[in-house]
Design a protein around this ligand. Structure first.
Ligand code: 8YV
Length: 308
């Protein structure tokens, strides 16, 4: 086990498998020499991942089962090279991550957190609360119209928003009234709120840079429920500070759990600690899928949800 998972999930895995807790091992070289050749699986998460070194130092490794949909911290090339099957937890978290995106969109647009602070500080007695902006009638741009992106689009439409999106190619099953934009910059230009729901990793690193942020513009809002690595965080902080972007709703950051003090000080920013999928129901479903993938492999040599 690469790092701590939910206590109940850890207990259930440990009841069935012989588990070594990687994060509790001090002498890793000695451990690998002793136990490495017998280790057949890695249980990990979108946070702990599995490095190239880890994969190549386990000659009997067959499977990596991850808690989470994002596989960016797993060395997929190394896994492929060593013929190791990787399974994640897609599908079961789409609703909750999409709900988180909408919660952030609404919180930033309607200034909910800022106005919460306004009430608590007793300012209501002396001042009129500042106005928010309506979601309906504005355009929601979705960068990454995958399964999560589709759920975000459905919800944004229910709030009266128009939908635009960018994927590497138009999605054949996307509703015809969704506006397809050929690149990220064009999508930002067409969007009032730009929501990031694409995979992290090398291919998407800092895709949302200063140019994209400026295309979103001074009335624009950026919402990120994907990975912090997708955004040039320094450029984002600067744009917010200079009023070149109206606000941001961020669930993910470049260097979690560190969040720049500058962001924490901004009224127009809503911050959450990577809780996209974090509901009792969804985390339970993710845990069940992790177990089903592990058991599927070791009982039938077939995981339920392999990463392509
Ligand atoms: C999890 C996630 O919080 O699914 C993902 O990719 O980022 C989240 O659902 C994470 O994987 C658990 O650490």
């Amino acid at each position: 086990m690469a790092g701590p998972l939910l206590p109940d999930l850890m207990a259930r895995i440990e009841a069935k498998y012989r588990v070594h807790r990687w994060w509790e091992i001090d002498d890793r070289a000695g451990f690998l020499a002793r136990h490495g050749p017998a280790i057949r699986g890695i249980a990990t998460s979108g946070r702990h991942g599995a490095t190239r070194d880890m994969i190549s130092s386990l000659p009997a490794l067959e499977v990596i089962v991850s808690f989470g949909v994002g596989v960016d911290p797993i060395d997929m090339a190394g896994a492929r090279q060593h013929g190791v099957v990787v399974a994640n937890t897609p599908g079961v978290l789409d609703d909750c991550v999409a709900d988180t995106a909408l919660a952030l969109m609404l919180s930033v647009s309607r200034r909910i957190c800022e106005l919460d602070r306004f009430v608590r500080a007793g300012r209501w007695r002396k001042e009129s609360p500042p106005m928010g902006r309506k979601l309906g009638g504005r355009r929601c741009g979705i960068l990454g119209l995958g399964n999560i992106g589709r759920q975000i689009a459905r919800r944004a439409e229910a709030f009266g928003m128009e939908i635009a999106y960018h994927n590497r190619s138009p999605r054949a099953d996307a509703p015809a009234h969704y506006l397809y934009c050929a690149d990220v910059h064009a999508l930002a230009r067409e969007s009032d709120i730009l929501v990031l729901s694409l995979p992290g990793g090398g291919d998407t690193r800092k895709l949302v840079d200063q140019r994209v942020i400026d295309a979103l513009g001074p009335q624009g809002i950026l919402v990120n429920v994907s990975r912090g690595s997708v955004v040039d965080q320094d450029a984002l902080v600067l744009a917010l500070r200079e009023g070149r972007l109206a606000g941001a709703g961020l669930d993910v950051f470049e260097n979690e759990p560190d969040v720049p003090a500058a962001l924490c000080a901004m009224e127009q920013v809503v911050l959450s600690p990577h809780i996209g999928s974090s509901t009792v129901e969804t985390r339970q479903a993710m845990a069940e899928l992790v177990l089903a993938n592990l058991d599927g492999w070791f009982e039938h040599r077939r995981v339920l949800t392999p990463v392509a």
